[in-house]
Design a protein around this ligand. Structure first.
Ligand SMILES: C[S@@+](CC[C@H](N)C(=O)[O-])C[C@H]1O[C@@H](n2cnc3c(N)ncnc32)[C@H](O)[C@@H]1O
Length: 187
């Protein structure tokens, strides 16, 4: 697959575990909420069942946790170009669907204006510097008028380890060199 994303290339079980550790032990303690409270609040006030899409969903862990907080008629669709990491359908609530989808390709017309909230998290390693606008255009067509885009991300300078170890420094150096060679934004 022609993609600058590096972390799909090892054994799947390890990557799935890493994504779940990252969700529970790194991201949620900092973010505190799955969605900003005013956006979550707007979902429960809608005059129709809420529809949420999680793009580059990974295993689908964020959607699975969000489903537990929303009514069972909410629609929760996750998309990733690598479906091999998806949580098994039997381990998901019935209203969570995980589907193949590349954020860099236009989504099907039947998905136009389907979602009240689009969520994207941690795509910094997956996009080249000149691909962010294209991704944003593809995302925009999925949003209902008045809907919310919630994009959580970070920069290369935010990836660290305390205390810095020799192994981290070696990985970080290789990662930045690779990022530069494929045209990722390394700021
Ligand atoms: C760091 S993981 C984050 C996964 C998930 N958002 C989370 O926070 O747990 C990045 C994800 O982006 C996906 N990805 C990378 N490039 C993509 C693309 N062009 N379209 C869709 N998914 C992509 C990868 O397969 C991977 O699952």
């Amino acid at each position: 697959m022609d993609s600058p994303y590096t972390l799909n290339r090892g054994p799947n079980a390890g990557e799935e575990q890493r994504l779940h550790n990252q969700h529970y032990n790194m991201w949620m303690p900092v973010a505190k909420h799955l969605l900003p409270p005013h956006i979550f609040g707007s979902l429960v006030e809608l005059d129709h069942p809420p529809a949420i899409a999680d793009l580059a969903t990974g295993t689908g862990i964020w959607l699975r946790d969000l489903a537990a907080k929303l009514p069972s008629n909410a629609r929760l669709d996750g998309y990733d170009y690598d479906p091999s990491k998806f949580i098994e359908a039997s381990e998901l609530p019935d209203n969570v669907r995980l589907l193949s989808g590349d954020i860099l390709k236009p989504f099907s017309e039947r998905l136009r204006a389907q979602y009240d909230v689009i969520h994207v998290r941690m795509l910094i390693l997956g996009l080249k510097a000149d691909q962010w606008a294209e991704a944003a255009r593809n995302i925009k067509m999925l949003l209902r008028p008045g809907g919310w885009l919630v994009w959580e991300d970070y920069g290369h300078s935010g990836i660290t380890c305390v205390p810095v170890t020799k192994e981290f420094a070696l990985w970080s150096n290789a990662e930045v060199q690779y990022a530069r060679s494929v045209g990722r934004d390394i700021m």
